[in-house]
Design a protein around this ligand. Sequence first.
Ligand SMILES: O=C(O)CCC(=O)C(=O)O
Length: 216
Amino acid sequence: MNLELFEPDAIGPTRVELGPAATLLRGWALPRVDALLPALDAVLAAAPFRHMETPGGFRMSAALTNCGMLGWTSDRHGYRYTRLDPQTGQPWPAMPAPFLRLAQDAAEAAGFAGFRPDACLVNRYAPGARMSLHQDKNERDFSAPIVSVSLGIAAVFLFGGSRRGDSARRVPLQHGDVVVWGGPDRLRYHGVLPLKDATHPRLGAARVNLTFRQAG
Ligand SMILES: O=C(O)CCC(=O)C(=O)O
C-alpha cells in the first residue's frame, strides 16, 4: 500500500501521502476553525446553500454555494464556472481572508507554493448525502492543485485513479482535515461515500467541505 505516515511531533498533525502529489494533512485546519466558521456564516448570508440539478436531471444530494471570483454551478445545460450566483444574480461573495490564507498555506505545506485560488466551492452534506466519483475538469488549466477542507461530521473520501474504473482508496476524513492534490494526481477521480448519521458539536448533523481551485 502506498502509505507513509509522519508524526512531526507528539501532538502535531499527521501527514499521509495519498499519491506522488496528493497529501492528507490530518487536523491541519483545526487551529483555524474559529476564524473559518464566522467567515462561512457571512458567505452563507449572501449566497445560501441550494441543491443544484445535474445535466442528467438529478438533484445533487449535497447542497452547495460558492465564494470567490468564480463559482461552480450545475444545471440541465452542464457544469461550469460563473461570475454571478444564478440564484441572486449577484457576484458570488468574495473569498474571506481566512479561507484564502488557509488554502494557500495548506497548498504550500503540501508542496504547492504560489497557489492562487479564485474559486471556493462549499458543499454541505447531511447524513445520507454523497458525491459520486468524478474528475475536476471545469478549470481552465490543471497546473494548480486542489485544496479540500473538511469540517463537521466524518466522511469517507474516495480517491481513485485517472480512470473511472480504477479502484478507489477509502480515506476517512474528520473535522479539520485537509486534502491537497495536484501535479500528476490532479485529475484523479474522487468522491464521497454516503455520510453516516452523526452530530458535530460545532456544525450539527452536517459536513461542510471547502474546495479551493484556480479555475479562471
Ligand atoms: O466533499 C468532498 O470531500 C469532495 C468534494 C468534491 O469532490 C468536489 O466538490 O468536487
